[in-house]
Design a binder for this molecule. Structure first.
Ligand SMILES: [Zn+2]
Length: 63
């Protein structure tokens, strides 16, 4: 199996993958240190973005 792409990992974290694909990504992440590392990076990046008030979800409110 090839490595997960970034979009799939992001969608996986958001729970937005269809069940069959989610299972494939989860299985791969359990077996692949490289992709697990990428996922950790995304999580860390998001935690940091949340900390400074950025959002990856949709347009930023202008209020
Ligand atoms: Zn991989």
């Amino acid at each position: 199996m090839s490595h997960c792409n970034l979009v799939d990992i992001v969608d996986y974290l958001d729970g937005e993958l269809p069940p069959n694909k989610e299972k494939a990504v989860r299985t791969h992440l359990e077996e692949c240190e490289e992709c697990d590392f990428v996922m950790s990076d995304i999580k860390a990046l998001r935690a940091f973005a949340a900390l400074i008030g950025l959002s990856f979800e949709g347009p930023i409110n202008s209020t």
